[in-house]
Design a protein around this ligand. Structure first.
Ligand SMILES: Cc1cc2nc3c(=O)[nH]c(=O)nc-3n(C[C@H](O)[C@H](O)[C@H](O)COP(=O)(O)OP(=O)(O)OC[C@H]3O[C@@H](n4cnc5c(N)ncnc54)[C@H](O)[C@@H]3O)c2cc1C
Length: 567
């Protein structure tokens, strides 16, 4: 992917559509960050991504990571690119200046990571969790731990991992068995085995900071008994800690990222945050990570789209309707439809993701309590939607882009098949997309009878909705209300329809995003074609999802008298 090719679009979305500089400049920490400075930062970021990271995409896939007696050797060029990355200050873009960061708005970091993922998903997995780890340590670790680790993680001099998953504990972290036993000196002995740990071992940095979910000896069962421990690969005195990588996984894609089985064998660690509150501390990290995973979907879809549209502009086959001679495949309506549909998701998805990143900063820094509450509501409700919808579209859209190549897409030469393989995992990690849908509907929307969602939909900022958009918003509120009532007597119902519900919310939000783009772009052809694709090929899915939801809700109501009679 060429980040520089996406730069003009993104500048337009940030400055004209979202008026991002005015939004972040209203917050004290970013008062001096004007649009010009942000443009310079993005310009340099695009050059770094294109020149240092993108060229390693192929070697990352073909050579991949190697495991050798506990050590992991990353593909040629990966270490040099990573060293240049952290020394250039890129991981610290949105960290606070007092922690060694540059103190820039979160949205700029989001754009950087979207590009990095599109350019080289495998390489980007290494720094992908850094910012979350930084926030987690900053907000939950003791002063002693902060003094040792915060700046190293903020700057990216040391990389960090998130060690949650165990062989028997994937989505269900309540089953985690790894144990942390407190020692008289304030440290803890950590014992257990974790699987699927991204970047658990590698040669990119001299130290790795593992954030590990484990149980204290007297911990209650389930998620309420999880604590968080910081376990470094190398201890402060320079000795190697008892953390061992046992093997790395052979995978469908993402060969440039080592997915490690890690054994903690009486490893020395320290509690982060309060005992048994580990999941809450980890959520700081996971929420930031979920938005970034949604952006991976966008970045990889943009990468697939760039390849497909370039190919479609060169390849000739058959005659398009009305043409006298053989046509470029980009002139066939089926190919135009495929490409424009993906742009509808990429451009609209960007507006949603960048708006969410702006809200993260408002939630953190606004002096107005009402503004902070509204921003928190947006982030809580929209983050699972973006994680699931944008990664689903990342995979399905990348597959549609592969189709543009015909058989040439299925062979390695053009690099599009790598994107399809690499992006697939984004639907699985950071909480599977099924778990995101349940998080949205059961834990967030139904928890307050749908009130937060209704408030969010009726206070969407910016241009007034079209009559069709307004009708969809009303339909969603009405469905939410009846679903909340039906779920009281049919508790299984939300779990059957959570995915349909998340898709319906995603489409309403995408429609809102395009309303903002259309208002700012004033009929420019660059934006009108995907806007039409949205209306013609994307939004009709809303009616299908609404029909499924209404049908299942009606069934729940119909079964009520029968259930009452049987009882
Ligand atoms: C390449 C890669 C990198 C990873 N990196 C990390 C990492 O750095 N750190 C880390 O800790 N983990 C990591 N993971 C693990 C990842 O987060 C888990 O794979 C994921 O959480 C799912 O767990 P599982 O694989 O055990 O699947 P399971 O939890 O067994 O789920 C199997 C299926 O059942 C569904 N399911 C489960 N429960 C429910 C439910 N209640 N309702 C509906 N459906 C349900 C799931 O959606 C899924 O479709 C990584 C995984 C991969 C593949």
């Amino acid at each position: 992917m060429q980040a520089q090719q996406a730069l003009t679009d993104i500048q337009f979305l940030l400055t004209e559509v979202l008026q991002a500089p005015a939004q972040w400049q209203a917050l004290a920490p970013f008062a001096d960050t004007d649009g010009e400075l942000a443009a310079q930062v993005l310009d340099e970021a695009a050059k770094f991504v294109d020149n240092a990271v993108a060229p390693l995409q192929r070697v990352g896939d073909e050579v991949g990571c190697r495991f050798d007696a506990g050590a992991v050797i990353t593909p040629p060029g990966f270490r040099d690119a990573y060293q240049a990355f952290w020394q250039g200050g890129w991981p610290a873009l949105a960290c606070a200046p007092e922690d060694g960061g540059q103190g820039l708005p979160a949205v700029l970091e989001c754009v950087l990571f979207e590009w990095l993922a599109g350019a080289n998903h495998g390489w980007t997995m290494a720094p992908g969790l850094l910012h979350g780890a930084y926030e987690c340590i900053k907000h939950h670790a003791s002063d002693d731990l902060k003094a040792q680790y915060l700046e190293k993680v903020a700057t990216g001099e040391w990389l960090a991992t998130m060690c949650l998953t165990e062989a028997h504990a994937g989505s269900d972290l309540g089953l985690v068995r790894t144990r942390g036993v407190p020692q008289p000196d304030g440290s803890a002995r950590v014992n257990g085995s974790k699987i699927f740990i991204s970047g658990g071992e590698h040669d990119l940095t001299d130290n790795i900071v593992h954030l590990v979910l484990a149980r204290l000896p007297d911990a209650p069962a389930g998620t309420k008994g999880l604590s968080l421990f910081l376990v470094p690969k190398v201890l402060q005195d320079g000795t190697r800690n008892a953390v061992v990588c046992e093997r790395i996984e052979e995978k469908m894609g993402l060969h440039g990222s080592p997915t490690c089985v890690m054994r903690f064998d009486d490893a020395t660690g320290w509690l982060v945050g309060e005992p048994n509150k580990g999941l809450a501390a980890m959520f700081v990290m996971m929420n930031a990570a979920r938005l970034h995973v949604g952006l991976q979907g966008i970045g990889l879809l943009e990468a697939a789209w760039q390849k497909a549209s370039a190919y479609a502009a060169e390849r000739r086959q058959m005659r398009a309707p009305g043409a006298k001679d053989t046509s470029l495949i980009q002139d066939h309506p089926a190919i135009r439809r495929a490409l424009q549909t993906q742009r509808a998701w990429i451009d609209g998805g960007r507006v949603l993701a960048y708006h969410t990143a702006l809200q993260l900063d408002v939630a953190k820094h606004s002096t107005d309590a009402g503004e902070r509450a509204a921003a928190q509501r947006w982030c809580a409700l929209v983050t699972p939607v973006l994680k699931a919808a944008l990664t689903t579209e990342g995979f399905q859209g990348a597959s549609a882009c592969l189709q543009v190549f015909g058989g040439h897409g299925y062979v390695r030469e053009w690099g599009i098949e790598q994107i399809v393989r690499d992006v697939r995992v984004a639907m699985i990690y950071e909480g599977t997309n099924e778990i995101q849908a349940i998080d949205l509907l059961v834990r967030k929307v139904l928890a307050d009878g749908g009130q937060s969602l209704a408030t969010l939909l009726t206070t969407l900022p910016g241009a007034a909705p079209s009559p069709a958009a307004s009708a969809r918003r009303h339909a969603l509120v009405e469905i939410t209300q009846t679903l909340a009532i039906a779920a009281q007597s049919d508790p299984e119902l939300p779990y059957w329809v959570a995915d349909d519900y998340l898709r319906a919310v995603a489409l309403v939000l995408l429609d809102w995003a395009w309303g903002q783009i259309s208002a700012a772009s004033q009929e420019e052809p660059r934006w009108t074609a995907p806007a039409q694709a949205l209306t013609q090929w994307v939004l009709p899915e809303f009616d299908m999802r609404a029909a499924i939801l209404r049908q299942r809700i009606a069934q729940a109501f119909e079964s009520l008298p029968k259930k009452a009679a049987t009882a």
